[in-house]
Write a protein of this length. Structure first.
Length: 164
């Protein structure tokens, strides 16, 4: 486990990462968590007193990684860009389980499924997590339909979410 204090940062114009709040993890921290890696991997732990699990660390080049601080995390932390946070992280080896209803539906649409599988696993997880987070069956069904329509039109997750 690694423990450190850091500042919440925010991307300006940065492609699909535009507007993301994140923390930066340098080469030394990554070496303690998962030595000699250049690919995304998952961690668990705490940010201040908020527990996290299955959160992806994303490579940014030169051995540095970032962790996106999503809306749910920011809500619980009650902090924004520039705030200091105490972070404790450990490697999370539990594998991610895709939403079964979504996978069942996407397997029926060959074109959408092929496009979906062209994404890195971390990007596939965005769709699944969004669908799984629905609070009602009706909302979940609407999200599955929206995801299938977007994938059929060759849209990634960020493009789908930003579409009005």
């Amino acid at each position: 486990m690694v423990s450190f204090k850091t500042t919440l940062l925010k991307f300006g114009q940065k492609g699909e990462k535009t507007g993301w709040t994140y923390i930066n993890l340098d080469i030394d921290l990554i070496a303690k968590l998962k030595p000699n890696t250049k690919k995304s991997f998952r961690v668990k732990g705490k940010i201040d007193q908020f527990s996290i699990k299955g959160v992806a660390l994303i490579p940014m080049g030169d051995g540095e990684f970032i962790m996106a601080i999503n809306a749910e995390m920011r809500k619980h932390l009650r902090k924004t860009e520039g705030a200091q946070v105490q972070v404790e992280l450990a490697l999370d080896i539990k594998s991610f389980k895709m939403d079964e209803d979504f996978i069942s539906c996407i397997e029926d649409d060959e074109e959408a499924n092929t496009f979906f599988k062209s994404f890195p696993l971390s990007h596939q997880h965005y769709f699944s997590k969004w669908i799984t987070s629905a609070k009602t069956a009706d909302t979940k069904a609407k999200r599955i339909v929206k995801a299938l329509n977007a994938l059929g039109r060759k849209m990634n997750y960020a493009e789908m979410i930003r579409e009005k």
